[in-house]
Design a protein around this ligand. Structure first.
Ligand code: AMP
Ligand code: GLY
Length: 424
């Protein structure tokens, strides 16, 4: 089977690596891929967001299955376009991707179907939003409705912070069009975790739980990033909680989407707060988490291509997933300055040595080869150093051993990935 993978980050390298092991695969292309993905796929010079160019490539290359990594092309309707060409695609339709693309729509759906989430209200006008904040008079979270590249959420502890957040999003348009509408919600208390389920339009099967570290510095300090590291399984998601997540969140959401005429296919990534009352939805994403996808793929024992195809073709009832019983952790190496301005083109050495360590996989995110064939940085998050271990602590030890094998003076990482799990 000829496959096109859309995207070029650590998530897509992990997917490419996993798919490459499938005997069903005859040829893997990636649009646009990166220097690591190039080791297991042919990278084509097409942006992940250029839907017409992707469709053209699908036709010209005789692609038989398209796997979409990032959310933006899904929210823009790439899956619909590919399916209209008669080709199966992993990832939800434009209408279903609204679960990530519009926080307001997502909250309304959860409310309508009694799926646990923070209390909320939607606003398209700042004065009404401020009046609501004044009456609520307790900490709130202010969110831009649309996609804001993982930003667009402001946690407000005081009234004045909340008013300022409304101004920032609606008047100063800090997140552009995404902030024309906002959602204001109750501040949830508990431990945050992610849960990934595969869906095929009518049913869902659990994949794995994970936790990531969004803040840039040790101890969860500093500005938010796309994620500085992740591990799976997450001890907070024990068997009983996982069952509740499937029963109270994932299955009802998939049923609700089908009832609404927007059947959900692909991976459903639930960001959850696990508090005293059990799991509550913070957000949904319509794609794998990055870096979470990296440790998850490291633990997957089943045929990844078969798995993604079963989701795309509505055959999840026949699929039984097998997992490595061990834990896996990814430590992200980022370019100095990230998530702010950072230099591209700085040389990185030792990646092959790290990758050669048993039970270590180094996934590339923002990398490229320069004219001399030297591996260089080409983005904010650059590498995802991933390791397996009997416990999260063992996986952490091995991941940092591999990190220390890599010579990249202009890079940095957090040194405490996994502290929550290890502290338990
Ligand atoms: P989101 O983009 O919706 O995932 O929000 C980004 C981060 O803000 C989440 O990962 C949480 O840490 C935090 N957050 C969002 N909504 C809430 C909430 N209602 N209560 C507490 N924390 C929240
Ligand atoms: N690591 C969080 C995300 O992918 O949204």
């Amino acid at each position: 089977m000829k496959v096109l993978l859309v995207g070029g980050g650590g998530r897509e390298h992990a997917l490419a690596w996993a798919i490459s092991k499938s005997p069903k695969l005859t040829k893997l292309y990636a649009a646009p891929g990166n220097a690591g993905i190039a080791n297991c796929a042919e990278c084509i010079d097409v942006s992940a967001e250029d839907i017409p160019a992707i469709c053209k490539a699908v036709k010209e290359l005789g692609i038989e299955f398209v796997i979409v990594g990032p959310e933006a092309p899904l929210v823009d309707g790439l899956a619909d376009r590919v399916e209209a060409m008669g080709i199966p695609v992993f990832g939800p339709s434009m209408a279903a991707a609204e679960l990530e693309g519009s926080k307001g729509m997502m909250k309304d759906l959860l409310a309508k179907y009694n799926i646990p989430t923070a209390d909320y209200q939607r606003f398209d006008e700042p004065d009404a939003a401020k009046e609501y904040i004044r009456i609520k008079n307790h900490p709130v979270v202010v969110k831009a409705d649309g996609l804001a590249a993982g930003k667009g959420v402001i946690l407000s502890h005081t009234l004045n912070e909340a008013y300022a957040a409304v101004d920032q999003i609606m008047i100063e348009e800090a997140f552009g069009n995404a902030g024309q509408e906002i959602v204001i919600e109750e501040f949830l208390i508990g431990e945050e975790a992610s849960f990934f389920a595969l869906c095929d339009g009518i049913r869902a099967i659990p994949m794995a739980g994970a936790q990531d570290h969004k803040q840039v510095h040790d101890g969860d300090h500093g500005p938010n990033t796309g994620g500085m590291g992740a591990y799976t399984p997450a001890p907070v998601l024990d068997d009983a909680i996982q069952k509740r997540i499937m029963d109270e969140v994932i299955n009802p959401t998939v049923e609700a989407m089908a009832k609404e005429g927007k059947p959900y296919k692909g991976v459903l990534f639930a960001g959850l707060m696990i508090g005293e009352e059990g799991p509550k939805v913070i957000e949904f994403n319509c794609r794998f988490g990055d870096p979470e996808c990296q440790p998850i793929m490291a633990r997957l024992k089943s045929d990844a291509l078969e798995m993604l195809l079963a989701s795309a073709q509505g055959n999840l009832d026949k699929l039984k997933l097998k997992w490595d019983p061990r834990a896996a952790m990814t430590v992200v190496l980022a370019a100095e300055g990230y998530p702010g301005r950072n230099a591209k083109g700085t040389p990185i050495n030792g990646v092959e040595d790290a990758d050669a360590i048993e039970d270590v996989m180094v996934f590339h995110a923002g990398t490229a080869l320069d004219d001399n064939g030297q591996l260089v940085s080409n983005g904010g998050r650059v590498l995802g150093v991933t390791a397996l271990g009997d416990t999260v602590e063992d996986a952490q030890k091995l991941a940092y051993k591999a990190v220390d094998t890599i010579d990249w003076p202009k890079g940095f990482c957090r040194r405490d990935i996994g502290w929550r799990a290890i502290g338990r």
